[in-house]
Design a protein around this ligand. Structure first.
Ligand SMILES: Nc1ncnc2c1ncn2[C@@H]1O[C@H](COP(=O)(O)OP(=O)(O)O)[C@@H](O)[C@H]1O
Ligand SMILES: [Mg+2]
Length: 242
């Protein structure tokens, strides 16, 4: 389903973080959202996922108006996300974290046993898929930064989102895990999931994206396939501040 914003605006005091942004991310793609620090990428994600309310404009997903809706409504519509500074429970184990992502607070209490077994199997499935099953019983705080990011993604996948927003998935991650994240994104995309990825690692962005939107000062200044974006003077200009 297409994720679209029209005339999206968000200011913090005098700072215009999102400035009349018209953006469209088509389904089936690995989309990237790039731009210099402070250009509004995270704020865009926060608006789209309902964590902050835009001052103006419209957000729609598959034609459905999601503007100003609560985060759980947007999650239920099929949009999942990870955070720039990943959000997990440091003192819970990996498997507990994955389960808590879909049943905050209650873990598995209160579920019928068949359902409980099913949820546990799905949690193990995602840990395995992301290559961290061997850490299922480890406390999250003892995992590496990259492993914690994979753990957060496992939790997001438990909700089976059709569209996944990743905020700097490669930030601070070692090169081996970086490769795995790139491969995983392509695999999950081949299985039908749409991605929107905010990322500074240009090698990764250029190698995994089908479509790139470039933000500068809260609005898109360019959009297109990687080869086109790489050759666009406006993009270089935005990054160099010229
Ligand atoms: N909660 C907030 N309160 C005040 N200013 C904010 C807040 N969130 C973001 N900003 C400001 O909005 C602008 C865009 O920030 P952000 O969306 O985090 O950019 P990016 O993710 O592209 O680095 C920056 O100037 C930032 O300081
Ligand atoms: Mg950010």
């Amino acid at each position: 389903m297409t994720l679209t914003t029209t005339g999206l605006r968000k200011s913090f005091g005098g700072v215009v973080a999102i400035d009349d942004a018209d953006v469209s991310f088509l389904p089936g793609r690995v989309n990237a959202l790039i731009g210099p620090n402070g250009s509004g990428k995270t704020t865009f994600f926060n608006c789209v996922t309902g964590m902050i309310k835009p001052d103006a404009g419209r957000i729609s997903y598959g034609g459905r108006d999601l503007t100003g809706r609560a985060p759980h409504v947007i999650a239920r519509a099929g949009v999942g996300r990870t955070f720039q500074l990943c959000r997990i429970f440091p003192r819970l184990t990996a498997i507990e974290n994955v389960l808590a992502a879909v049943r905050p607070g209650g873990l598995l209490h209160g579920l019928r046993s068949a359902h409980r077994r099913h949820e546990l199997e799905r949690a193990h499935h995602w840990l395995t898929r992301l290559g961290i099953e061997h850490l299922a019983g480890a406390e999250a705080r003892n995992m590496s930064w990259g492993q914690q990011k994979l753990l957060e993604l496992a939790g997001v996948l438990m909700a089976e989102p059709a569209t996944i927003l990743l905020d700097e998935p490669a930030g601070g991650v070692n090169p081996a895990l970086l490769d795995r994240i790139g491969t995983l994104v392509r695999e999950l995309n081949a299985e039908g999931r749409t991605f929107v990825i905010v990322e500074h690692n240009m090698d990764l962005v250029m190698s995994i994206s089908d479509h790139i939107v470039v933000f500068d000062r809260g609005r898109p200044i360019a959009a297109g396939p990687p080869a086109e974006i790489r050759a666009d003077d406006r993009v270089l200009g935005a990054y160099l501040g010229v």
